[in-house]
Design a protein around this ligand. Structure first.
Ligand code: 3PG
Ligand code: MG
Length: 394
């Protein structure tokens, strides 16, 4: 990938605008429940600061209504966490698009956080007037928001057209490098694990990956749709019956590539206290729900993972939030951790599973992205990356 990088830009005394992805999960009271994205954004900010830049950082948080600021959409909790991580106060600036006294007061080696950029009218539509105004605030635009690289919005795309210099931050570069390494010339066999609840949200990625990988392991509700295609029944399991033909088409086009579970841990209800029962798929009753893969299926998956040269993982394979149904995801996580393959994982649930099972340090690369990670796997062009490449061509 050919684009300018922050590390190669002389930022001393320059106004540097960093678009980060600080879109962190919060509990009902607004407290941050996972600060990984903030921590991952610190190196880029610190680099610009220590080299004497005047630093402005912004991000979206959630999907607020444009033009109306509410306290629930505020980056205030993020500003607080960022202040702790940088060990300095990071002022939060509201109504910042047109600059003003906060902008003229900013000094070399100082950093401010600009309020939720999705509150600005025109952000989502990549409005050019808004993009030009924001570009005027800076000498250097840095996109370090890989998690939002699949969105063409004013802070991820439009501003990059108009800023005097547009470059990628260290997180953006690292994410693209890791994903490129996993997919461009992977050490074979290349194994992808795609779990999660719905085939519909991941159908395009399943199709795209099926053609590239040596094995495609499906899990969760996605696996149920494949089981329905292969075995003709799934009891009362979460399934998308209208997509069975799509699952069947993948099975037909890539025979032997998609292992189908032969046993499952079932329950009569979806709850943490439900009684787990191990069954062969052929013995499922109409009121059984599949909540995890069974040990025979897990053993087969472990063999595939043990031989892998590269592993790409998105989505849990069972309801790992419930201890009685966590064994499959745990065994898979441990198999990945124990493998010598280059492994890359992304997506909120996947990262939560990795932390739950304590294997974070045994995964080669953990992405901060969810949607952008999937779109990269699909082979789609990420607009925020494409514009940086276009700028590098001049
Ligand atoms: C994410 O959480 O996947 C990114 O921050 C992008 O958020 P969005 O889906 O609201 O655009
Ligand atoms: Mg999202």
């Amino acid at each position: 990938m050919d684009f300018a990088r922050l590390a190669d830009v002389d930022v001393r005394g320059k106004r540097v605008f960093i678009r980060a992805d600080l879109n962190v999960p919060q509990d009902d009271a607004g407290a941050i429940t996972d600060d990984s994205r903030i921590r991952a954004s610190v190196p880029g900010i610190r680099d610009a600061l220590t080299r004497g830049a005047l630093v402005m950082v912004t991000s979206h948080l959630g999907r607020p209504k444009e033009g109306v600021w509410t306290a629930a959409d505020s980056l205030a909790p993020v500003a607080e966490r960022l202040s702790q991580l940088l060990a300095r106060r990071v002022p939060l600036i509201k109504d910042w698009v047109d600059g003003g006294s906060w902008h003229s007061a900013l000094k070399s080696g100082e950093v401010v956080l600009l309020e939720n950029c999705r509150v600005n009218k025109g952000e989502k539509a990549d409005d050019d007037v808004l993009a030009r105004k924001m570009a005027k605030l800076c000498d250097v635009y840095v996109n370090d928001a890989f998690g939002t690289a699949h969105r063409a919005e004013a802070t991820t795309h439009g501003i990059a057209k108009h800023a005097p210099i547009a470059c990628a931050g260290p997180l953006m570069s690292a994410e693209l490098e890791a994903l490129g390494k996993a997919l461009a010339q992977p050490l074979r066999p290349l194994v992808a694990i795609v779990g999660g609840s719905k085939v519909s949200t991941k159908l395009t990625v399943l199709k795209a990956l099926a053609g590239k990988v040596d094995a495609l392991i499906v899990g969760g509700g996605i696996a149920n749709t494949f089981i329905l295609a292969a075995h003709g029944h799934v009891g009362r399991s979460l399934v998308e019956a209208d997509l069975v033909h799509e699952a069947q088409a993948i099975l037909d086009a890539f025979p032997g590539k998609v292992p189908i579970p032969v046993d499952a841990v079932c329950a009569k209800e979806f709850s943490a206290t439900a009684k787990p029962t191990l069954k062969a798929i052929e013995n499922l009753e109409p009121d059984d729900m599949i909540l995890d893969v069974g040990p025979t299926s897990v053993a087969a998956l472990k063999m595939i993972i043990a031989k892998a040269g590269t592993i790409v993982w998105n989505g849990p394979i069972g309801v790992f939030e419930f201890d009685a149904f966590a064994a499959g995801t745990k065994a898979l996580a441990e198999a990945i951790a124990g493998s010598s393959a280059f492994s890359i994982a992304g997506g909120g649930d996947t990262v939560a599973a990795i932390h739950k099972f304590g294997i974070a340090d045994k995964i080669s690369y953990i992405s901060t992205a969810g949607g952008a990670f999937l779109e990269f796997l699909e082979g789609k062009t990420l607009p925020a990356v494409a514009i940086l490449e276009a700028r590098a061509k001049g």
